[in-house]
Design a binder for this molecule. Structure first.
Ligand code: NAD
Length: 338
């Protein structure tokens, strides 16, 4: 199996690569090569792995070369994040829409050269959902809720879902789109995503730092752990066409939580002193974006594939702590935990 992971140096892409390399196979086929394509260099542990090849540069410039690589599978995760796409319209159109179209075209030329259609999983987002004046958004979005995205990022993801569906209908690829919930707890520093605080209010207090929550405690949102998200992507890849069903995108499983419940879980796992490092200071820009997001999600198609959400937010925090403890930087990331 020759596998490409775009966005392979990112949060989910690197974690997916490590999980797959540890498994050694995908869909019952042994991994021969895992190509990590990203504008940034791959993490050193992955770059040093004997099965890994690294391609560094903008995806749009790499797509012509990808057509000659005789790929069997693709996880397409490269993407500019929501806040970046709102701030820089052209960046979002280039990184998310034009790059995806170019990738699909390179896979199409691969199929037209006589190879089997490449199986591709596209990482879409819960951000495809939003309230439109003509189409009110239900409190809980499902696989069949009509997406009416209210951000450029959400629009680009939604267009790409449809491109993946049409390239599949035409037989150019075997494509699937999985809508990721907000993945938390994300390690490292805050990023440009408007959802960044959903990780920051857990990660920073655990590191002994103060965190500011820009939205009210009663704000509810569908989240997922990194582990459940990676398992979801793999399961969607491995599902038969019949089990996946249709060509439209599916929701990955969500744990629907409020900010207050997240902070209660932090107190339960790490103690009240850690919880007390979070204070509320409303940020109108972020609160305005979050107010247009779903307050919960259901994932019936993913559940039918055997996927499950995490049982509790406490479990997600414990998973983050265990992940940090497995890393050499643990002392830094957990120095606030007594
Ligand atoms: N993390 C979440 O909460 C979340 C939620 C919904 C959807 N998603 C989607 O899941 C995927 C992975 O998310 P993530 O959290 O790992 O994001 P990330 O930002 O950590 O990783 C994305 C990677 O894509 C790379 N990239 C961006 N534009 C590129 C370009 N033009 N050329 C080459 N590389 C480029 C970045 O350098 C980065 O390493 C993305 O498609 C994202 O939209 C993530």
């Amino acid at each position: 199996m020759r596998l490409l992971i775009t966005g392979g140096a990112g949060f989910i892409g690197a974690r997916l690569a490590r999980t797959l390399l540890a498994r050694g196979q995908l869909g019952g086929r042994a991994l021969e090569t895992v190509i990590l394509a990203d504008q940034f260099p791959a993490p050193p542990d992955l770059a040093a792995h004997p099965l890994v090849q690294v391609m560094t540069g903008p995806l749009l410039e790499q797509c012509a070369q990808l057509a000659s690589l005789k790929l069997d599978g693709v996880f397409h995760l490269a993407s500019a994040v929501s806040g970046e796409c709102e701030a820089d319209f052209d960046l979002g159109m280039r990184s998310n829409l034009e790059s995806t179209r170019a990738l699909l075209e390179s896979l199409r030329s691969h199929q037209m050269a006589g190879h089997a259609p490449v199986r591709l999983v596209f990482s879409s987002s819960v951000a495809v959902f939003g309230p439109d004046d003509a189409v009110p958004m239900p409190a809980i979005v499902t696989d069949t809720t009509l997406p009416t995205p209210q951000t450029s990022y959400g629009i680009q993801k939604h267009i790409c879902e449809h491109l993946v569906a049409d390239y599949t209908r035409k037989g150019f690829i075997d494509g699937r789109s999985a809508r990721l919930m907000t993945v938390t707890v994300r390690p490292g520093r805050p990023n440009g995503a408007a959802s960044s605080f959903f990780s920051g209010i857990i990660r920073e207090p655990l590191a002994g730092e103060e965190a500011i929550c820009p939205v009210a405690p009663e704000v509810a949102h569908p989240v997922s752990s990194p582990r459940a998200t990676v398992e979801g992507l793999i399961q969607v890849f491995e599902a038969s066409r019949e089990a996946y069903g249709g060509r439209t995108a599916l929701n990955l499983p969500a744990l629907n939580v409020t900010v207050a419940q997240m902070l209660d879980a932090l107190a339960a796992v790490a103690g009240p002193a850690v919880r007390a490092r979070v204070r509320f200071e409303r940020d109108e820009r972020i609160a305005g974006i979050v107010a247009r997001w779903p307050t919960g999600a259901r994932a019936d198609r993913a559940l039918a594939l055997g996927l499950k959400p995490e049982a509790s937010f406490e479990d997600i925090i414990r998973q983050y702590i265990a992940d940090c403890q497995a890393l050499p930087t643990a002392a830094q990331t957990l120095k606030g935990l007594s």
